[in-house]
Design a protein around this ligand. Sequence first.
Ligand code: KIV
Length: 278
Amino acid sequence: MTAAVNKMHSPQSFALMKQKGQMITMITAYDYASGSAVAATDIDVILVGDSLGMVVLGLDSTMKVSMEDMISHGAATVRGAPQKFVIIDMPYMSYHLSARETRINAARLVNEGTGHAVKLEGGSAGRIQAIREIVDMEIPVCAHLGLTPQSVLRYGGYKVQGKTDAAYEEIFQAALATQEAGAFMLVLEAIPESLGKKISEALSIPTIGIGAGRYCDGQVLVYHDLLGYSNMSPKFVKRYNDLNQSISGSIMQYSKEVREGSFPGREHTYYPIDKQEG
Ligand code: KIV
């Protein structure tokens, strides 16, 4: 594949893209390999999502992901994609307890995780204050509203949000509040298309949709979902590949060749014993 690497983005360049009506492309990545794969593309921004808990670590929700997980996966991703703008998710409980812990954890994701910004979920008064605390430390914050997976216990499952008039209005008001608190970008997940459009039109910061319809300022998908490398298939996912099948097929072929003796061949062997001469 031809490398189509673009220059490193910044909060300012994302704002400019919105002003010019240029769509922002975001994808998750979690390690050196996925970071390197994305680095060879023209994707604008990488999210080291706490979805890593489910698609990489096999946990049953994102709520069990730790700061250490996010730091080590964040740093590995940046090593694979040193020219990309990388946002790292703040894990559950890392920005809920006190302003001091919120500040320390955000700083660790930037210093030790080597990210360029952090993302946190929710629009309650506490979460809006968390955005303020982090922005006050000169760290860019991406907000996340709608279906926020760290709220799965309260929701009772992964459900589309903003379906009632009250919930619709609450998410809209929270979106305004994230911008007012200083967020530079807002991820909108699993909400009606009209709400994604209304928020995107009302805000000057870019919105990035995942199941938020066609009118956001950009889109994000989980790396494993896009590539058919997970078993998740929510309505908003489009699969551009079937890596699960391709990987199993390749491993089966390798296993077959070892059993039948056709691998390793002479070309894979150091100082092969030539049967003719022997
Ligand atoms: O963790 C994640 O991958 C996310 C995206 C779904 C936006 O937050």
